[in-house]
Design a protein around this ligand. Structure first.
Ligand SMILES: NC(=O)c1ccc[n+]([C@@H]2O[C@H](COP(=O)([O-])OP(=O)(O)OC[C@H]3O[C@@H](n4cnc5c(N)ncnc54)[C@H](O)[C@@H]3O)[C@@H](O)[C@H]2O)c1
Length: 317
C-alpha cells in the first residue's frame, strides 16, 4: 500500500478527503498536515496529523522522508476572494508553497504529486460556455494566476524530469463544511442563512452562472485521477464538473423546501471575479481518458445540502 501526505488538510476539501482516504488506504498510510493544531474530527478519527506550513520547505521534506511518502496531495492554498484581499500572502503561499511541493517531489523522487487547479485558471478571454480542456488561460485574479503557474510548472516538471504531476480544475465544491474564502462560497452560505434566518444577501448578481460539483463527486474525481494508470493520461490537468446554476436558480430550488426564504443581491468585487470564469465546463477529455463520470445532479445536491447543513446547525426545515 502507498503512503499519502496531504497539505492544507484542515480546509473544506480536506475535512472530507481525509476521512475518505482513511477508509480507502488505511489509517497508517495517510498523513494529514496543516498549520493549525489538530481538530476534534481528526482527533476522533485518530488521524496521523503533523503541523506544517507549506512555505517551510525543510519541514515538508523531513515529513516526506520520516513517513516514507509515495504520493503528495498538495491542497494548501489561499482561495480567490482571500487572495484578492491580500495578493502578497496569496503569492507566498500559492507560488512558493507549490514550488516547495514540486521540488520536494522531484528531489525525493516521489511517485506522484497531485495539486488541484480551479476554474479560476480561466479568464475573460476564455470561451466561457462549455469551456474546453485546452483553451486560452488569461486569468485576472492572483489566485487564478497561481493556478496557471501550478499547471504550467507541473507540466514542465513532467516533461523535463518525468515527474508524475496530476491536476484537476475543480469548479465550486459544495459540502455542508464551511468554505475557505472562495467566490463560489455563496452556494454554501445560502443554505446556512436560509436555515438560520430565512433570508440571504448574495454577493454575486442573480444571473451569474458558475460550474459546481458536490463534494462526493470532487472526491471521486480526485481518487479516479490519482489512481488512473499513467498510460491513459494524455494531459496533466483536466476539467471536471457536476452541474451549473445561477444564484437565482439555487434560491428558487431552496424555496421549494423553505417557502418563505428570501434572497437579495448586493454584488461586490467577487461578482467581477465570477463573471470572468466559465459558466460551464466541457469535461469530455477527463471522461474519455480516465472514465470521469459525475454522480450528483442539481436536485439531489439541494436536498443533500439542506440535510447536511440543517444537521450541522441543529435546525430542521
Ligand atoms: N473548495 C473549492 O470550491 C475549490 C474549488 C477549486 C479549487 N480548489 C482547490 O482545492 C484545494 C483545497 O481547497 P479547500 O476548499 O479545501 O481550501 P480551504 O481554504 O478550505 O483550505 C485550504 C487550507 O490550506 C491551509 N493553508 C493556508 N496556508 C497554508 C500554509 N502556508 N501552509 C499550510 N497550510 C496552509 C488553510 O489553513 C486551509 O486549511 C486548494 O488548492 C483550492 O485552490 C477548491
Amino acid at each position: 500500500m502507498k503512503r499519502y501526505l496531504v497539505t492544507g488538510s484542515y480546509g473544506q476539501i480536506g475535512m472530507d478527503l481525509i476521512p475518505a482516504m482513511l477508509k480507502r488506504y488505511g489509517k497508517e498510510n495517510v498523513i494529514a498536515t496543516g498549520r493549525k493544531k489538530i481538530n476534534p474530527v481528526f482527533k476522533e478519527l485518530d488521524v496521523i496529523y503533523r503541523r506544517l506550513d507549506i512555505r517551510d520547505q525543510y519541514g515538508l521534506r523531513s515529513l516526506l522522508v520520516e513517513y516514507d511518502v509515495d504520493v503528495l496531495i498538495h491542497n494548501a492554498s489561499v482561495l480567490s476572494a482571500t487572495g484578492e484581499r491580500n495578493p502578497q500572502l496569496a503569492h507566498s503561499i500559492n507560488f512558493e508553497g507549490f514550488y516547495n511541493a514540486l521540488e520536494a517531489t522531484r528531489e525525493l523522487n516521489l511517485e506522484q504529486l497531485f495539486a488541484p487547479s480551479s476554474i479560476a485558471a480561466f479568464g475573460p478571454t476564455t470561451p466561457l460556455v462549455n469551456t474546453p480542456n485546452t483553451t486560452i488561460m488569461e486569468p485576472t485574479s492572483i489566485y487564478g494566476i497561481s493556478k496557471v503557474y501550478v499547471e504550467l510548472m507541473g507540466n514542465y516538471y513532467n516533461q523535463k524530469y518525468d515527474l508524475n504531476f496530476r491536476s484537476l480544475r475543480y469548479p465550486g465544491v459544495l459540502s455542508p463544511e464551511e468554505p475557505g474564502g472562495g467566490t463560489t462560497d455563496y452556494a454554501i452560505w445560502i443554505f446556512y442563512e436560509a436555515l438560520k434566518n430565512k433570508k440571504y444577501e448574495c454577493f454575486l448578481g442573480s444571473d451569474v452562472r458558475l460550474p459546481m460539483m458536490m463534494m462526493s463527486d470532487c472526491l471521486k474525481s480526485t481518487f479516479d485521477l490519482i489512481e488512473a494508470p499513467e498510460d491513459k493520461l494524455q494531459h496533466r490537468a483536466y476539467n471536471v464538473t457536476g452541474m451549473s446554476f445561477t444564484p437565482e436558480e439555487l434560491a428558487n430550488a431552496i424555496k421549494e423546501y423553505i417557502s418563505d426564504f428570501e434572497i437579495t443581491y448586493k454584488p461586490d468585487f467577487r461578482d467581477a471575479i465570477a463573471r470572468s470564469w466559465p459558466q460551464s465546463l466541457d469535461d469530455s477529455v477527463a471522461r474519455e481518458e480516465w472514465g470521469w463520470d459525475p454522480e450528483f445532479p442539481f436536485d439531489k445536491m439541494v436536498i443533500e445540502m439542506l440535510d447536511g447543513v440543517s444537521k450541522k446547525l441543529g435546525i430542521s426545515y
